[in-house]
Write a protein that binds this ligand. Structure first.
Ligand code: AHG
Ligand code: MN
Ligand code: MN
Length: 349
């Protein structure tokens, strides 16, 4: 007989507990988060049997990013649109997979929230059975309900009401944080279909023992980025320019190619993830609104930091829904050191 989980708190009861901290709460936020966990359970079921049903491979179409759309990308996107677009809490949605925002008919609800999401992150890894994820960002509407528009969507990370991700790995885990702080992880027990609290109040170490970067792009990095990665490897002993925070730290390189999986491992173990700009991608590859900003909020609330190389990711006001940014995210001291190295030497392309 399997052991009873040590903590029987479901995510629903945790969210309700958080709601009690805000007596004026209407329950809309609780309902929205529950809808996101429901979507996560459906996507998890499909990801976990992907090899058995005709949901692997590509659809043969390209998305707004110019990337091949995987069948599971499309499936996950449709699940999110259906689960979030019908209850009236959400007035608009932005998806990595859709060129334009979706404005939702909220005749039954308050339309208080906007959700921006990457329905399936790391999709190039799906067919190889490597961990993938979902990333979501929740903003509050700033305009009157009958005037909802771009201004309600293009908000900086500072305005996030909540953010989080789901990782579909050896188990499915739901990690979220709200503006009142605290990062909490819930592991799906498929036998009862519930996310159970497994990682309460997650904190990330201050110093990185892991760095994650696609080293194949080194020839296309700036000299400053090359120097940062070199010092991450060799530490202070080899450099006259800056005291690398990884001095004498046994540092490992780990790169999965799924941002959520690399980010989650680094959050737990202490690491830094880098996606620098390259000559072909001067603005970087990762998307500000559906990848960098939500993970930056989770990272900051766990004691870490996220930068675009010159400033806090959370301070960047988006100009477009699919805006890309260079991303350096993880252990606070290490990312601050990277930002100092790059902004002093001008890490931009
Ligand atoms: P997505 O599958 O949502 O397009 O995201 C893929 C991203 C991210 O998950 C990962 O860190 C990065 O692409 C890997 O990029 P490279 O293959 O260029 O290293
Ligand atoms: Mn992604
Ligand atoms: Mn994606």
């Amino acid at each position: 007989m399997s052991q009873a989980p040590k903590n029987l708190q479901t995510i629903e009861s945790h969210i309700l507990q958080m709601q009690k901290l805000h007596p004026s709460a209407s329950g809309d936020f609780t309902g929205l988060l529950s809808d996101i966990t429901f979507a996560a359970k459906i996507i998890s079921r499909e990801v976990n049997k992907a090899g058995l049903v005709d949901i692997l491979g590509e659809t043969g179409t390209e998305n707004v990013q110019g990337e091949q759309v995987q069948k599971l990308d499309e499936y996950a996107n449709n699940v999110f649109l259906k689960c979030l677009g019908t209850k009236g809490q959400v007035c608009a949605m932005g998806s990595e997979e859709l060129a334009d925002p979706i404005y939702v008919d909220t005749h039954e609800g308050t339309g208080r929230y906007i959700v921006v999401f990457d329905p399936l992150d790391g999709s190039s890894n799906i067919d190889a059975n490597v961990s993938v994820g979902t990333i979501f960002a929740i903003y509050r509407r700033v305009s009157a309900l009958d005037r909802v528009g771009e201004q309600d969507i293009l908000q900086s990370g500072r305005e996030l009401a909540a953010a989080g991700y789901v990782i579909y790995g050896s188990s499915t885990m739901f990690v979220y944080t709200t503006h009142s702080g605290g990062v909490h992880g819930f592991t799906l027990d498929p036998s009862i279909g519930e996310f159970l609290l497994s990682h309460e109040n997650l904190k990330t170490p201050f110093e990185a023992k892991i760095y994650s970067v696609n080293e194949a792009y080194e020839p296309r990095w700036t000299p400053e980025v090359r120097e940062v990665v070199r010092q991450l490897k060799y530490g202070r002993s080899s450099s006259s320019r800056q005291d690398a925070p990884t001095k004498g730290v046994d540092i490992s390189s780990r790169y999965i190619g799924s941002l959520v999986a690399d980010f989650h491992r680094n959050l737990l173990y202490g690491g830094v993830f880098l996606y620098p700009p390259t000559v072909s991608k001067p603005g970087g590859k990762l998307r500000l609104m559906c990848e960098a900003a939500p993970l930056a909020m989770v990272c900051a609330n766990a004691g870490g930091y996220a930068s675009d190389g010159t400033q806090d990711i959370l301070d960047i006001k988006p100009e477009t829904l699919h805006q890309r940014v260079p991303l350096y995210i993880g252990c606070r001291d290490t990312v601050l050191w990277i930002e100092k190295m790059l902004s002093s030497g001008g890490g931009g392309i």
